[in-house]
Design a protein around this ligand. Structure first.
Ligand SMILES: *Cc1c(COP(=O)(O)O)cnc(C)c1O
Length: 364
């Protein structure tokens, strides 16, 4: 399909400037939303059609809508960054477009073509550009978080791929994901629950994966930890990822190891970018299985000097401690490499460093 022209139906009651400014001064994460959203419809008969920008607001669902019963849905998450000259940029949005297609395939949803996905970002960010916060200095990590999602809709309780689907894009101004960004987080290692299994949906960005991880996340909080880490479902031995972030291990000899993509791990855009930046920093990236024993023994012997998690929302976060039912592994105190990678990544995203990899796309 050709890239559609989005019908513009802007709100007649935009948020007042002073109210918006107050929100942007302390937006938190995922609590406030910009004035507009994007919607594109799909039906089996007509394909994608009806692309529009309209006021942000509640959706109406038929109680028999399949997404409410069978969780046939996918989503994405990326950020729009304001540069010093006022322009607004996306970071590798074409990777999110591609991943959205892969997730759609796995959830038996129709593919949204990349051009429409990218145009939807541009249309919303251009209209709601005033909602993109401006960082006061390089220590402030504020942005407009973009949340594209696709749901099975209609009125039908039969178990089969939906014949009616909706794509939406909403936007939420965001400060740092973790309070006190840069502080190490503690991790609970789940031995009772797995996030994903071979042949399952682990590589797809779909709500069901998150729904299934919430009980383990609650277990983490009950044990005084910030986040939960999951092992593979087959052997309960191989480290996979956190509920919504990928994992990296820095070795004393300069190797940077991350679990290989096996179909049960979500292929993070941040993960991929770090593997590329590693070479710029003379590190040796390795994608391979890493066991919980290697984590424990590596920390004990001093071979592993840093452990960190990464993702769009939290960028790069040091892991200070790993706890499980039977042990506590205090991670090495080092954060030199993760801080360098973090600074490098943020400098590119906020336009403070040259974009040598061609990662930035102007949105407004
Ligand atoms: C989104 C997500 C990530 C991080 O992906 P990014 O593209 O780097 O934001 C990691 N793990 C899971 C399970 C995710 O859903």
């Amino acid at each position: 399909m050709d890239t559609p022209t989005f019908d513009l139906r802007p709100t007649t009651t935009p948020t007042a400037d002073n109210v918006r400014d107050e929100i942007l001064a302390a937006p938190g994460f995922g609590q406030y939303f910009s004035d507009h959203m994007v919607h594109v419809r799909w039906t089996q008969a007509e394909g994608w059609h009806g692309a529009e920008l309209r006021p942000y607001g509640p959706l109406t669902f038929d109680p028999a809508s399949p997404v409410l019963h069978y969780a046939q849905e996918i989503f994405e998450g990326l950020k729009a960054y304001r540069h010093a000259d006022g322009s607004v940029w996306g970071f590798r949005p074409e990777r999110n477009a591609a991943r959205f297609r892969q997730s759609a395939d796995r959830l038996a949803l129709p593919r949204l073509d990349d051009a429409t996905f990218l145009e939807s970002l541009r249309v919303l960010v251009e209209k709601d550009a005033a909602w993109v916060p401006t960082p006061r200095d390089a220590s402030e990590e504020c942005s407009l978080y973009l949340r594209p999602f696709m749901i099975a809709n209609g009125r039908f309780l039969g178990v089969k791929p939906a014949a009616e689907v909706d794509y939406y894009l909403i936007a939420s101004p965001a400060a740092s994901y973790f309070k006190g960004a840069g502080k190490p987080v503690s991790i609970w290692l789940s031995s009772r629950y797995n996030r994903a299994a071979p042949g399952g949906t682990g590589f797809a960005k779909t709500g069901g994966n998150y729904a299934a991880s919430l009980i383990a996340q609650q277990e983490a909080i009950d044990h005084g930890c910030d986040q939960v880490a999951f092992l593979d479902a087959a052997e309960n031995k191989w480290v996979e990822e956190l509920g919504g972030m990928n994992l990296f291990f820095v070795y004393a000899d300069g190797r940077l190891v991350t679990p290989a993509l096996t179909g049960t791990i979500l292929e993070g855009v941040t993960r991929d970018s770090i593997l590329t930046l590693a070479r710029d920093l003379d590190l040796t990236p390795e994608e391979r299985p890493i066991s919980i024993d290697e984590w424990r023994d590596g920390v004990a012997s001093g071979d592993i000097v840093e452990v960190f998690a990464c993702g769009t929302a939290a960028v790069i976060t040091s892991i200070g401690r790993l706890m499980s039912a039977d042990e506590t592994i205090d991670s090495p105190a080092g954060n030199d490499i993760s801080q360098r990678l973090r600074t490098r990544l943020l400098d590119i995203q906020y336009g403070r460093a040259e974009d040598t990899h061609g990662w930035m796309t102007r949105l407004a």
